[in-house]
Ligand binder design. Structure first.
Ligand code: ADP
Ligand code: MG
Length: 250
């Protein structure tokens, strides 16, 4: 079974940044393993960070299945997804060292929770075919509450120094005990330059995996539309992501 690593936290704190760095580092340190990156955030971004071109999303497959199913919203559609296993594999974008799947940006409020139901099924489905699944989660606590992340084995929270960021991380940390079957979890403190400040943040016993400073080289790459693969290994984002992976035993 795959090790399933998920990033969670408030919007804008660095989930996609760290997620892309995890995918790069896993590819470098485990060149023979099968790695799947999943962009589970409808706000997208992971594809750009990884330099992937997305042709088909999970939402496209979902719509296709719903058209075929008589009761498109219900159980039958999920059963059809099981049968359409090959469609999921068709939809993966293949890079040299990893595969990629995006949930897409479903239109309309009513549809959205149902793509999460599909996502949960897909995570279970692919965990037999990959060694590592790295999931860039949606901002906030919704996917944890809906048990989409139930099978996640390594839960990595990300926050900046903001009160709101820490609050979201703490809430997820707490509910994860009931709703995620994790083996290991912890938090990354991102964009923090003042070490003294880092030590005084109310992390309430959460295990700190790494503290990442603001990284001008990453910020510059982002503006120029460069991928994570173009970042120097000495960059704080790269080093902080590597340290965090080691701390969670990966
Ligand atoms: N350590 C860092 N130093 C500088 N910029 C960062 C750092 N971490 C993230 N960023 C920038 O902050 C913004 C939000 O980061 P992102 O990873 O997209 O957050 P999220 O996925 O949680 O919304 C991006 O523009 C990103 O490049
Ligand atoms: Mg993001």
């Amino acid at each position: 079974m795959a090790k399933i690593i998920a990033l969670a936290g408030k919007g804008g704190v660095g989930k996609t940044t760290v997620c892309s760095a995890f995918v790069r580092i896993l590819g470098e340190t485990r060149p023979d393993s099968r790695i799947l990156a999943i962009d589970a955030d409808p706000a997208v971004g992971l594809a750009t960070a990884l330099g992937v071109e997305v042709n088909e999303t999970l939402d496209d497959i979902r719509c296709e299945i719903i058209e075929k199913a008589e009761d498109g919203a219900g159980k039958e559609a999920l059963e059809l997804l099981g049968e359409a296993r090959y469609r999921i594999f068709d939809a993966l974008a293949e890079k040299e060292r990893f595969s990629f799947l995006a949930i897409g940006r479903p239109e309309g409020a009513g549809c959205y929770c149902s793509v999460n139901t599909y996502l949960k099924a897909v995570i279970e489905m692919v965990s037999r075919d990959f060694d590592y699944v790295v999931i860039d989660g949606e901002a906030g606590i919704e996917q944890i509450n809906r048990r989409v992340m139930e099978k996640v084995t390594h839960l990595v929270l990300v926050t900046d120094a903001s009160k709101k960021g820490l609050q979201v991380a703490r809430s997820i940390y707490e509910v994860a005990d009931r709703l995620v079957m994790y083996e290991k979890r912890g938090i990354i403190l991102n964009r923090i330059d003042d070490e003294e400040l880092a030590a005084t943040l109310p992390t309430d016993g959460m295990e700190i995996l790494s503290v990442i400073q603001s990284d001008p080289s990453h910020a510059r790459n982002d503006i120029l539309g460069k991928t994570i693969f173009e970042l120097e290994e000495t960059a704080p984002v790269y080093k902080g992501a590597k340290e965090a992976l080691e701390k969670i035993g990966i």
